[in-house]
Design a protein around this ligand. Structure first.
Ligand SMILES: NC(=O)c1ccc[n+]([C@@H]2O[C@H](COP(=O)([O-])OP(=O)(O)OC[C@H]3O[C@@H](n4cnc5c(N)ncnc54)[C@H](O)[C@@H]3O)[C@@H](O)[C@H]2O)c1
Length: 331
Protein backbone atom coordinates (compact mmCIF):
# COMPACT_ATOMS: atom_id res chain seq x y z
CA UNK A 1 0.00 0.00 0.00
CA UNK A 2 2.76 2.45 -0.84
CA UNK A 3 0.28 5.12 -1.93
CA UNK A 4 -0.74 5.85 1.65
CA UNK A 5 0.90 9.02 2.95
CA UNK A 6 1.87 7.56 6.30
CA UNK A 7 2.93 4.15 5.01
CA UNK A 8 6.10 2.90 6.59
CA UNK A 9 8.35 1.63 3.89
CA UNK A 10 9.26 -1.74 5.28
CA UNK A 11 10.99 -4.25 3.00
CA UNK A 12 8.26 -6.83 2.69
CA UNK A 13 8.98 -10.34 1.50
CA UNK A 14 6.93 -11.52 -1.39
CA UNK A 15 4.95 -14.71 -1.26
CA UNK A 16 5.03 -17.34 -3.89
CA UNK A 17 2.25 -19.22 -5.62
CA UNK A 18 0.35 -19.72 -2.37
CA UNK A 19 -1.09 -16.21 -2.65
CA UNK A 20 -2.79 -16.84 -5.95
CA UNK A 21 -5.86 -18.69 -4.69
CA UNK A 22 -9.36 -17.25 -4.76
CA UNK A 23 -9.82 -14.65 -2.08
CA UNK A 24 -6.22 -15.04 -1.03
CA UNK A 25 -5.37 -11.61 -2.39
CA UNK A 26 -1.75 -12.43 -2.96
CA UNK A 27 0.75 -10.83 -5.26
CA UNK A 28 -1.29 -11.93 -8.24
CA UNK A 29 -4.45 -10.34 -6.93
CA UNK A 30 -2.77 -6.96 -6.57
CA UNK A 31 -2.83 -6.59 -10.31
CA UNK A 32 -5.81 -8.81 -10.95
CA UNK A 33 -9.09 -9.35 -9.19
CA UNK A 34 -10.11 -11.14 -6.04
CA UNK A 35 -13.10 -13.36 -5.41
CA UNK A 36 -14.81 -10.43 -3.72
CA UNK A 37 -14.28 -8.18 -6.69
CA UNK A 38 -15.66 -10.90 -8.95
CA UNK A 39 -18.66 -11.36 -6.68
CA UNK A 40 -17.66 -15.01 -6.58
CA UNK A 41 -20.16 -16.97 -4.51
CA UNK A 42 -19.25 -20.42 -5.73
CA UNK A 43 -17.44 -23.12 -3.85
CA UNK A 44 -15.23 -22.74 -0.82
CA UNK A 45 -16.15 -23.04 2.81
CA UNK A 46 -19.52 -21.67 3.74
CA UNK A 47 -18.90 -21.67 7.48
CA UNK A 48 -17.75 -24.43 9.74
CA UNK A 49 -19.20 -25.36 13.06
CA UNK A 50 -18.01 -24.10 16.39
CA UNK A 51 -15.35 -26.32 17.89
CA UNK A 52 -13.00 -26.50 14.93
CA UNK A 53 -9.68 -24.87 15.85
CA UNK A 54 -8.08 -25.16 12.45
CA UNK A 55 -5.93 -22.29 11.23
CA UNK A 56 -7.50 -22.66 7.78
CA UNK A 57 -9.23 -19.27 8.13
CA UNK A 58 -5.81 -17.62 8.42
CA UNK A 59 -3.77 -19.60 5.90
CA UNK A 60 -3.16 -17.46 2.78
CA UNK A 61 -5.48 -14.85 4.23
CA UNK A 62 -5.35 -11.07 4.30
CA UNK A 63 -5.22 -10.25 8.01
CA UNK A 64 -5.67 -6.75 9.44
CA UNK A 65 -4.72 -6.10 13.07
CA UNK A 66 -5.18 -2.73 14.77
CA UNK A 67 -2.87 -1.80 17.62
CA UNK A 68 -0.37 -4.28 16.22
CA UNK A 69 2.82 -2.55 17.33
CA UNK A 70 2.99 -4.07 20.79
CA UNK A 71 1.11 -5.95 23.50
CA UNK A 72 -1.50 -8.45 22.43
CA UNK A 73 -1.78 -6.92 18.96
CA UNK A 74 1.81 -7.89 18.22
CA UNK A 75 1.08 -11.41 19.49
CA UNK A 76 -1.88 -11.74 17.09
CA UNK A 77 0.45 -10.60 14.32
CA UNK A 78 2.97 -13.28 15.27
CA UNK A 79 0.22 -15.89 15.21
CA UNK A 80 -1.03 -14.71 11.82
CA UNK A 81 2.46 -14.92 10.33
CA UNK A 82 3.06 -18.35 11.89
CA UNK A 83 -0.31 -19.60 10.58
CA UNK A 84 0.69 -18.78 7.01
CA UNK A 85 -1.24 -15.57 6.32
CA UNK A 86 -0.45 -14.11 2.90
CA UNK A 87 -0.67 -10.46 3.94
CA UNK A 88 -0.64 -9.00 7.42
CA UNK A 89 -1.73 -5.38 7.70
CA UNK A 90 -0.35 -3.85 10.89
CA UNK A 91 -2.05 -0.61 11.89
CA UNK A 92 -0.91 1.45 14.85
CA UNK A 93 -0.50 5.08 15.86
CA UNK A 94 3.04 4.48 17.17
CA UNK A 95 5.19 4.61 14.04
CA UNK A 96 8.48 3.74 15.76
CA UNK A 97 7.06 0.73 17.63
CA UNK A 98 5.35 -0.38 14.44
CA UNK A 99 8.56 -0.36 12.48
CA UNK A 100 10.26 -2.36 15.20
CA UNK A 101 7.36 -4.83 15.25
CA UNK A 102 7.52 -5.32 11.50
CA UNK A 103 11.25 -5.90 11.69
CA UNK A 104 10.69 -8.53 14.39
CA UNK A 105 7.89 -10.24 12.46
CA UNK A 106 9.59 -10.32 9.09
CA UNK A 107 11.79 -13.41 9.62
CA UNK A 108 9.01 -15.38 11.33
CA UNK A 109 7.25 -16.45 8.14
CA UNK A 110 6.56 -15.72 4.53
CA UNK A 111 3.72 -13.26 5.04
CA UNK A 112 3.98 -9.92 3.33
CA UNK A 113 3.83 -7.23 6.02
CA UNK A 114 2.07 -3.91 5.57
CA UNK A 115 2.72 -1.62 8.53
CA UNK A 116 0.70 1.59 8.52
CA UNK A 117 1.09 4.44 10.98
CA UNK A 118 -2.48 5.56 11.54
CA UNK A 119 -4.49 7.25 14.27
CA UNK A 120 -7.69 5.23 14.45
CA UNK A 121 -9.43 8.10 16.23
CA UNK A 122 -9.29 9.98 12.91
CA UNK A 123 -12.34 8.65 11.05
CA UNK A 124 -11.41 10.15 7.69
CA UNK A 125 -7.90 8.72 7.85
CA UNK A 126 -9.25 5.33 8.95
CA UNK A 127 -11.79 5.19 6.13
CA UNK A 128 -9.16 6.25 3.58
CA UNK A 129 -6.86 3.49 4.80
CA UNK A 130 -9.70 0.96 4.67
CA UNK A 131 -10.57 2.02 1.12
CA UNK A 132 -6.93 1.70 0.15
CA UNK A 133 -6.76 -1.80 1.66
CA UNK A 134 -9.87 -2.84 -0.28
CA UNK A 135 -8.50 -1.37 -3.50
CA UNK A 136 -5.25 -3.26 -2.98
CA UNK A 137 -6.46 -6.61 -1.68
CA UNK A 138 -10.13 -6.78 -2.66
CA UNK A 139 -11.10 -7.90 0.81
CA UNK A 140 -9.78 -8.54 4.30
CA UNK A 141 -10.35 -12.11 5.47
CA UNK A 142 -9.46 -11.69 9.13
CA UNK A 143 -10.05 -8.44 11.01
CA UNK A 144 -8.79 -8.03 14.57
CA UNK A 145 -10.08 -4.89 16.26
CA UNK A 146 -7.52 -4.82 19.04
CA UNK A 147 -6.25 -1.25 19.56
CA UNK A 148 -7.35 0.30 22.81
CA UNK A 149 -6.54 3.02 25.32
CA UNK A 150 -7.50 3.51 28.96
CA UNK A 151 -7.82 6.43 31.31
CA UNK A 152 -7.73 5.36 34.97
CA UNK A 153 -9.28 8.20 36.95
CA UNK A 154 -12.54 9.41 38.45
CA UNK A 155 -15.13 10.29 35.82
CA UNK A 156 -15.12 13.97 36.76
CA UNK A 157 -11.37 14.14 36.17
CA UNK A 158 -11.70 13.09 32.52
CA UNK A 159 -11.05 15.73 29.89
CA UNK A 160 -14.04 15.83 27.52
CA UNK A 161 -11.92 15.53 24.38
CA UNK A 162 -8.54 14.02 25.32
CA UNK A 163 -10.04 11.38 27.62
CA UNK A 164 -13.75 10.81 26.98
CA UNK A 165 -13.91 11.35 23.24
CA UNK A 166 -10.52 9.77 22.55
CA UNK A 167 -11.39 6.61 24.49
CA UNK A 168 -14.71 6.15 22.73
CA UNK A 169 -13.22 6.90 19.33
CA UNK A 170 -10.35 4.41 19.63
CA UNK A 171 -12.07 1.65 21.61
CA UNK A 172 -15.59 1.77 20.23
CA UNK A 173 -16.13 3.92 17.16
CA UNK A 174 -12.99 2.90 15.25
CA UNK A 175 -13.89 -0.83 15.35
CA UNK A 176 -17.39 0.03 14.12
CA UNK A 177 -16.13 2.34 11.36
CA UNK A 178 -13.56 -0.17 10.22
CA UNK A 179 -15.86 -3.17 10.31
CA UNK A 180 -18.57 -1.20 8.51
CA UNK A 181 -16.08 -0.34 5.77
CA UNK A 182 -14.70 -3.86 5.33
CA UNK A 183 -17.76 -6.02 5.94
CA UNK A 184 -19.46 -5.74 2.51
CA UNK A 185 -16.40 -7.23 0.79
CA UNK A 186 -16.15 -9.91 3.50
CA UNK A 187 -19.80 -10.84 2.97
CA UNK A 188 -19.40 -10.91 -0.81
CA UNK A 189 -16.40 -13.23 -0.76
CA UNK A 190 -17.96 -16.58 0.14
CA UNK A 191 -15.00 -18.47 -1.32
CA UNK A 192 -13.42 -18.79 2.11
CA UNK A 193 -14.07 -18.31 5.80
CA UNK A 194 -13.70 -14.87 7.32
CA UNK A 195 -13.22 -13.81 10.92
CA UNK A 196 -13.77 -10.70 13.02
CA UNK A 197 -12.16 -10.71 16.45
CA UNK A 198 -13.24 -7.80 18.63
CA UNK A 199 -11.20 -7.18 21.76
CA UNK A 200 -13.52 -5.98 24.51
CA UNK A 201 -12.69 -6.53 28.18
CA UNK A 202 -13.97 -7.84 31.48
CA UNK A 203 -14.62 -4.12 31.99
CA UNK A 204 -17.39 -4.57 29.43
CA UNK A 205 -19.24 -6.85 31.84
CA UNK A 206 -18.88 -5.04 35.18
CA UNK A 207 -18.85 -1.46 36.40
CA UNK A 208 -15.66 -0.42 38.15
CA UNK A 209 -14.44 2.77 39.81
CA UNK A 210 -11.61 4.61 38.03
CA UNK A 211 -12.48 3.24 34.62
CA UNK A 212 -15.96 4.60 33.89
CA UNK A 213 -15.25 5.79 30.36
CA UNK A 214 -13.11 2.77 29.50
CA UNK A 215 -15.84 0.47 30.86
CA UNK A 216 -18.47 2.27 28.81
CA UNK A 217 -16.36 1.89 25.68
CA UNK A 218 -16.07 -1.85 26.27
CA UNK A 219 -19.75 -2.33 27.23
CA UNK A 220 -20.59 -0.70 23.92
CA UNK A 221 -18.06 -2.89 22.11
CA UNK A 222 -19.55 -6.05 23.62
CA UNK A 223 -23.14 -5.07 22.80
CA UNK A 224 -22.26 -4.08 19.26
CA UNK A 225 -20.06 -7.09 18.57
CA UNK A 226 -22.59 -9.62 19.83
CA UNK A 227 -25.42 -7.92 17.94
CA UNK A 228 -23.33 -8.02 14.76
CA UNK A 229 -22.70 -11.74 15.28
CA UNK A 230 -26.42 -12.39 15.63
CA UNK A 231 -27.26 -10.33 12.55
CA UNK A 232 -24.76 -12.26 10.46
CA UNK A 233 -26.08 -15.60 11.71
CA UNK A 234 -29.70 -14.53 11.23
CA UNK A 235 -29.08 -13.46 7.64
CA UNK A 236 -27.16 -16.62 6.74
CA UNK A 237 -23.66 -15.14 6.47
CA UNK A 238 -22.16 -18.20 8.08
CA UNK A 239 -18.75 -17.72 6.49
CA UNK A 240 -18.10 -14.59 8.60
CA UNK A 241 -17.71 -15.49 12.27
CA UNK A 242 -17.50 -12.87 15.03
CA UNK A 243 -15.72 -13.48 18.33
CA UNK A 244 -15.65 -11.04 21.25
CA UNK A 245 -12.85 -11.32 23.78
CA UNK A 246 -13.31 -10.22 27.41
CA UNK A 247 -10.11 -10.65 29.41
CA UNK A 248 -9.46 -9.38 32.90
CA UNK A 249 -6.12 -7.65 33.52
CA UNK A 250 -3.23 -8.63 31.24
CA UNK A 251 0.40 -7.75 31.94
CA UNK A 252 1.14 -5.73 28.82
CA UNK A 253 1.73 -2.49 30.72
CA UNK A 254 -1.57 -0.93 29.67
CA UNK A 255 -3.00 -1.48 33.16
CA UNK A 256 0.23 -1.06 35.09
CA UNK A 257 -0.45 -0.87 38.84
CA UNK A 258 -3.90 -2.51 38.67
CA UNK A 259 -4.44 -5.49 40.99
CA UNK A 260 -6.19 -8.66 39.91
CA UNK A 261 -9.45 -9.30 41.85
CA UNK A 262 -9.82 -12.37 44.09
CA UNK A 263 -9.16 -15.64 42.17
CA UNK A 264 -8.36 -13.54 39.11
CA UNK A 265 -4.63 -13.66 38.41
CA UNK A 266 -3.22 -11.10 36.01
CA UNK A 267 -2.94 -12.95 32.71
CA UNK A 268 0.22 -13.10 30.67
CA UNK A 269 -0.21 -11.53 27.22
CA UNK A 270 0.58 -14.94 25.69
CA UNK A 271 -2.18 -16.72 27.64
CA UNK A 272 -4.73 -14.03 26.84
CA UNK A 273 -3.87 -13.70 23.14
CA UNK A 274 -3.89 -17.50 22.68
CA UNK A 275 -7.35 -17.77 24.24
CA UNK A 276 -8.69 -15.04 21.94
CA UNK A 277 -6.97 -16.46 18.87
CA UNK A 278 -8.18 -20.02 19.47
CA UNK A 279 -11.69 -18.73 20.14
CA UNK A 280 -11.61 -16.86 16.87
CA UNK A 281 -10.50 -19.94 14.95
CA UNK A 282 -13.20 -22.02 16.66
CA UNK A 283 -15.93 -19.43 15.93
CA UNK A 284 -16.57 -19.06 19.67
CA UNK A 285 -19.01 -16.15 20.16
CA UNK A 286 -17.58 -14.78 23.41
CA UNK A 287 -14.32 -15.71 25.15
CA UNK A 288 -13.91 -14.67 28.79
CA UNK A 289 -10.66 -15.16 30.71
CA UNK A 290 -9.99 -16.15 33.39
CA UNK A 291 -13.08 -18.11 34.42
CA UNK A 292 -13.93 -15.62 37.18
CA UNK A 293 -14.90 -13.06 34.52
CA UNK A 294 -17.87 -15.25 33.63
CA UNK A 295 -18.59 -15.91 37.30
CA UNK A 296 -18.56 -12.18 38.06
CA UNK A 297 -20.93 -11.44 35.17
CA UNK A 298 -23.28 -14.22 36.29
CA UNK A 299 -23.30 -13.05 39.91
CA UNK A 300 -23.79 -9.45 38.86
CA UNK A 301 -26.83 -10.48 36.81
CA UNK A 302 -28.27 -12.73 39.51
CA UNK A 303 -27.78 -10.60 42.62
CA UNK A 304 -29.51 -7.37 43.59
CA UNK A 305 -27.17 -4.46 42.87
CA UNK A 306 -26.38 -3.72 46.53
CA UNK A 307 -25.65 -7.39 47.21
CA UNK A 308 -23.31 -7.53 44.22
CA UNK A 309 -21.63 -4.34 45.47
CA UNK A 310 -20.69 -6.27 48.60
CA UNK A 311 -19.64 -9.46 46.80
CA UNK A 312 -17.82 -7.69 43.95
CA UNK A 313 -16.40 -4.94 46.11
CA UNK A 314 -15.54 -6.61 49.41
CA UNK A 315 -15.18 -10.31 48.52
CA UNK A 316 -13.69 -10.16 45.02
CA UNK A 317 -12.11 -6.69 45.45
CA UNK A 318 -13.09 -5.68 41.93
CA UNK A 319 -13.86 -2.15 43.03
CA UNK A 320 -10.40 -1.54 44.45
CA UNK A 321 -8.52 -3.21 41.60
CA UNK A 322 -7.74 0.16 39.96
CA UNK A 323 -6.75 1.98 43.16
CA UNK A 324 -3.03 1.82 42.38
CA UNK A 325 -3.34 2.08 38.61
CA UNK A 326 -0.61 4.11 36.96
CA UNK A 327 -0.94 2.90 33.38
CA UNK A 328 1.83 3.02 30.82
CA UNK A 329 4.11 6.02 31.36
CA UNK A 330 2.10 6.89 34.46
CA UNK A 331 -0.78 8.26 32.38
N1 LIG B 1 -3.93 -5.12 29.12
C1 LIG B 1 -5.07 -5.43 29.75
O1 LIG B 1 -5.09 -5.63 30.98
C2 LIG B 1 -6.37 -5.54 28.98
C3 LIG B 1 -7.46 -6.09 29.63
C4 LIG B 1 -8.66 -6.19 28.94
C5 LIG B 1 -8.75 -5.76 27.64
N2 LIG B 1 -7.66 -5.23 27.03
C6 LIG B 1 -7.81 -4.76 25.66
O2 LIG B 1 -6.92 -5.49 24.82
C7 LIG B 1 -6.53 -4.66 23.72
C8 LIG B 1 -5.01 -4.68 23.63
O3 LIG B 1 -4.50 -4.26 24.87
P1 LIG B 1 -2.95 -4.31 25.22
O4 LIG B 1 -2.87 -4.55 26.67
O5 LIG B 1 -2.22 -5.19 24.27
O6 LIG B 1 -2.59 -2.77 24.96
P2 LIG B 1 -1.21 -2.08 24.57
O7 LIG B 1 -1.27 -0.71 25.16
O8 LIG B 1 -0.05 -2.94 24.91
O9 LIG B 1 -1.33 -2.00 22.98
C9 LIG B 1 -2.32 -1.22 22.37
C10 LIG B 1 -1.84 -0.78 21.01
O10 LIG B 1 -2.86 0.05 20.45
C11 LIG B 1 -2.21 1.16 19.84
N3 LIG B 1 -3.09 2.32 19.77
C12 LIG B 1 -3.54 3.07 20.81
N4 LIG B 1 -4.24 4.11 20.36
C13 LIG B 1 -4.26 4.01 19.01
C14 LIG B 1 -4.81 4.82 17.98
N5 LIG B 1 -5.48 5.95 18.24
N6 LIG B 1 -4.64 4.44 16.69
C15 LIG B 1 -3.94 3.33 16.41
N7 LIG B 1 -3.37 2.53 17.34
C16 LIG B 1 -3.53 2.88 18.62
C17 LIG B 1 -1.01 1.45 20.75
O11 LIG B 1 -0.03 2.24 20.11
C18 LIG B 1 -0.55 0.04 21.09
O12 LIG B 1 0.40 -0.43 20.18
C19 LIG B 1 -7.12 -3.28 24.00
O13 LIG B 1 -8.30 -3.12 23.28
C20 LIG B 1 -7.41 -3.31 25.47
O14 LIG B 1 -8.46 -2.43 25.84
C21 LIG B 1 -6.47 -5.12 27.66
Amino acid sequence: MPSLPCFLSFPARRRGAATAGPGASGAGSLAGETAAQRGDSQGGTQGGTQGEASAEAVRDAVVLITGAARGMGLLYARKAVAAGAAHVLLWDVDAAALEEAARELEPRGSAELHPLALDLADREALLAAAADALATFGTVNVLINNAGIVRGKRFWEHDPAADIEATLRVNTLAPMWLTRALLPAMLADRSREARILNIASAAGTLANPNMSVYASSKWAMLGWSESLRLELEKDGHRHVAVTTFCPSYVSTGMFEGARGPFLTPILTPETAASAAWDGMLRRTPVVMRPWTVKLGAALRAALPTRAWDVVGGKVFHVYSSMDKFTGRAGK
